[in-house]
Design a protein around this ligand. Structure first.
Ligand code: FES
Length: 152
């Protein structure tokens, strides 16, 4: 059993504490923002926030998330009130197939939050572990910088 706070809601799930967080989010809580890519903490598709910091949920045991705040893409913004980075992704057309997009947005949002005056070099370094096979990386970087400039 694990007790979690996910997107501001308290939940209890009947799972082994060693279960990777992404399986609980997707399979038990039907939150399909985080995607399973490599499963080895190397592609960033599964990125979510834990107490505001970006983590790879494919390699994070759910038991270690107890008592902490988990946020997925679904909790970052809403269709009525999107996060500024979600708006910037649309404006820059920073998604192609979209598989990496949730992880990109969660990683970028954590970067902006941690460093409001972030530079292009810092965005490039901070997004290095989030891979896109379609080649949208330059647009992603522009979107993160645009949202940062708007004070996201
Ligand atoms: Fe977690 Fe690739 S699926 S980093």
């Amino acid at each position: 059993m694990a007790k979690l706070t996910v997107n501001g809601r308290g939940v209890e799930v009947d799972v082994d504490p060693a279960t990777p967080l992404i399986y609980v989010l997707r399979n038990d809580l039907a939150l399909n923002g985080p995607k399973l890519g490599c499963g080895r903490a190397q592609c960033g598709a599964c990125t979510v926030h834990l107490d505001g910091e970006a983590i790879r949920s494919c390699q994070f045991p759910v038991g270690e998330a107890e008592g902490r705040r988990v946020t997925t893409l679904e909790g970052l913004g809403t269709p009525e009130r999107p996060h500024p980075l979600q708006e910037a992704f649309l404006a820059e057309q920073a998604a192609q197939c979209g598989y990496c997009t949730s992880g990109m947005i969660m990683q970028g949002a954590a970067l902006i939050q941690a460093r409001p005056g972030i530079t292009e070099a810092e965005v490039l370094a901070g997004m290095e572990g989030n891979l896109c096979r379609c080649g949208t990386q330059p647009r992603v970087v522009r979107a993160v910088l645009s949202a940062a400039r708007k004070g996201a």
